[in-house]
Design a protein around this ligand. Structure first.
Ligand code: PLP
Length: 395
């Protein structure tokens, strides 16, 4: 392990965290109602009441020893069985508990999966814009991140650019749809084409190329939009899921890894996942929330609030002359900076107490991310500030 790099990671806060901390300081100075904080992706809708009711019931009626004990390392059998049954019912698949490994959220799912399938010095393709922690996770697993920008303005995959970077060292490709920070959802056509390009590359380079699908926002899509279920298109798929966003449980650290049984080598991959979880010291996912999974497998938070926020913010900013990706999912709006330097744009926004994140750390320049997982009222109150910002740029 590179100890200097670890120190550097510990000392340097992410741009998102910097802005969030600045927001807290500013709120103390001028009052929280006067700061329009769109910096962070913390769900603004609570977990449903049935979830809290069931959690309270379990805590008061079931054996504390059983609820808080270690589970087996891959996870409690009934939690994994209920996930497999739910996926099979929704997507017509045939998974069993043996394909699932319970984790401490999507971040853990990703670090474990990358450690399991990426060899030292091998490459991992990331489609920009991407969740900034990907580069940290890939590098810590010994891999090298390779960035492929998505197409403007629909933010689907640029297949020409993808084909240019695939080579004998490519071990994995990470996709994240619905996407943080763009809100874009990869269409079925995109997933089909991606699958066929990766299959050809596997053939050409005589090696496995894993498609790691990071899906904490899978349930957060609006209107008629459907998120294609990736194992149906590509055999060498590993899914990284969490309930951080869909059930508003980011602090509880609960998620899973699914290794597709369509991959003839899935058992070896699954062993690698178990080994990586062990080597990284995860022991097991939080027991209490594993025991909740069979009870809440059909629940989501009330995502209608996010849709309302999306419609309000996208409509208002478009009317003001800002250009943005139409977000079909997640809870982020990705807006083109009216000047090439997004950091300068974000600084100007700060003068109007608008906290919006420049896109550079998402692997793409020239945009800002606005997290609309806030109260609808905050968005309404922020619109005069966005208007002043638009006027400053004569939009
Ligand atoms: N992947 C993406 C794209 C995210 O946006 C996040 C969190 O914001 C994560 C992974 C990490 O999620 P978790 O809280 O489940 O670890």
């Amino acid at each position: 392990m590179n100890t200097g790099r670890m120190r550097e990671l510990g000392e340097k806060r992410s741009v998102i965290r910097e802005l969030f901390e600045y927001g807290n300081k500013r709120k103390a100075e001028i009052g929280p109602e006067n700061v329009f904080d769109f910096s962070i992706g913390n769900p603004s809708v609570p977990a449903p009441k049935e979830f809290s009711d069931e959690l309270c019931r379990m805590l008061s009626e079931e054996s504390p020893l059983a609820l808080h004990s270690y589970t087996s390392a891959p996870g409690d059998l009934s939690a994994r069985k209920s996930i497999a049954d739910d996926l099979n019912e929704r997507f017509g698949t045939s998974f069993g508990p043996e394909n699932l490994y319970m984790t401490c959220g999507a971040a853990a799912s990703l670090t474990i999966s990358l450690s399991a399938v990426v060899g030292d010095g091998e490459e991992v393709i990331l489609f920009a814009p991407f969740f900034p922690e990907y580069t940290v996770f890939v590098e810590t697993a010994g891999g090298k991140p390779v960035t492929v920008p998505c197409r403007w303005p629909d933010f689907q995959i640029d297949f020409e650019k993808l084909s240019e970077v695939l080579n004998e060292k490519t071990a994995a490709v990470i996709i994240n749809s619905p996407n943080n920070p763009s809100g874009a959802v990869f269409s079925e056509d995109s997933i089909k084409k991606l699958s066929s390009i990766l299959s050809e590359a596997e053939e050409k380079f005589g090696r496995k190329i894993y498609l790691i699908s990071d899906e904490p926002y899978r349930e957060l899509v609006y209107g008629e939009i459907k998120v294609p279920f990736v194992t149906k298109y590509y055999n060498d798929t590993i899914i990284c899921y969490s309930w951080s966003k869909s059930l508003s449980l980011p602090g509880e650290r609960i998620g899973y890894i699914l290794v597709s049984p369509e991959n003839p080598d899935w058992k070896e991959v699954y062993s690698g996942i178990c080994g990586a979880g062990r080597a990284l010291g995860f022991v097991c996912a939080p027991s209490l929330f594993q025991h909740m999974i069979p009870k809440c497998i059909k629940m989501t938070s009330d995502i209608s609030v996010y849709k309302k926020n999306r419609d309000l913010l996208y409509g208002a900013l478009s009317d003001l002359g800002f250009e943005a990706v139409h977000p079909d999912g997640a809870f982020y709006l990705f807006v083109k900076s009216p000047e090439p330097d997004a950091k300068a744009f974000s600084e100007k926004a700060k003068k109007h107490e608008l906290l919006i994140v420049p896109s550079d750390d998402f692997g793409m320049e020239g945009f800002v991310r606005i997290s609309y997982c806030v109260s609808t009222e905050q968005i309404e109150r922020s619109l005069p500030a966005f208007k002043k910002l638009a006027e400053e740029y004569s939009l």
